[in-house]
Design a protein around this ligand. Structure first.
Ligand SMILES: N[C@@H](CCC(=O)N[C@@H](CS)C(=O)NCC(=O)O)C(=O)O
Length: 214
């Protein structure tokens, strides 16, 4: 069954697409124009009642929340494509830990930067310089912890690439566009890690597939 991914041009859906490529799962993308409010139309709300992208349809099965979708496919196809969850229960624990760190420590300040610097201007909304400054500082502090971790292991959960690393790419990608790449580049281990994971063929394919210029 070919997996249908709705809203593939946006950042959170890119997490799902990269995961499907790593897991060698066949998929097709369905364009949903968030700027025209297509994600708030009744038809889409049947798939994702909060009106957010992505959602997937796999036969009769529907799922939303990008990280939940990735966990589902990484587990379902554990022995197909790249193993993204670790080989032992201890490795799995660390993958889960860093997935949570991504969602709760890393993502919020980065999301605030993206909203204020990239998205608000596109929507004609004002940006808040105070939020930008505070978020930048917060993200720097989070990245200090990453730098320490990545000075000891090649990837976040250990010496293997996992869902935890993958999950960072879609929003981290905005840093260069926002002229905030220094946050990465001034930390040598974080910098090497980002180069490594963004050079994976799966991420290059995600960018190739995206119609979205940002
Ligand atoms: N936690 C959700 C977040 C989804 C989300 O915020 N998606 C954005 C696109 S990257 C969206 O749908 N934005 C449109 C809106 O907020 O109306 C996930 O990971 O799937």
């Amino acid at each position: 069954m070919v997996v249908k991914v709705y809203g593939s041009d946006y950042a959170n859906p890119k997490r799902v697409i990269m995961c499907l490529i790593e897991k060698e799962i066949e998929f097709e993308t369905v364009f949903v124009d968030g700027f025209k409010g297509e994600n708030k139309k009744p038809e889409y709300l049947k798939l994702q009642p909060f009106g957010l992208l992505p959602a997937i349809q796999d036969g009769d099965y529907t799922l939303y929340e990008s990280r939940a979708i990735c966990r589902y496919y990484a587990e379902k196809y554990k022995n197909q494509g790249t193993d993204l969850l670790g080989k032992t229960i201890e490795e799995r624990g660390l993958v889960e830990q860093w997935l949570e760190v991504e969602a709760h420590n890393y993502h919020p300040p980065l999301y605030n930067l993206v909203m204020n610097i990239v998205i608000s201007p596109l929507l004609g909304l004002p940006s808040d310089p105070k939020v930008i400054k505070e978020s930048e500082e917060k993200l720097g502090k989070v990245l200090d912890i990453y730098e320490e971790r990545l000075s000891k292991t090649k990837y976040l959960a250990g010496d293997f690439f996992s869902l935890a690393d993958l999950s960072h790419l879609p929003f981290t990608h905005y840093l260069s566009q926002m002229k905030k790449e220094y946050l990465i580049r001034e930390r040598v281990h974080v910098s090497a890690w980002l180069d490594d994971i963004s050079n994976r063929p799966s991420w290059k394919k995600v960018l190739e597939l995206s119609k979205n210029p940002f």
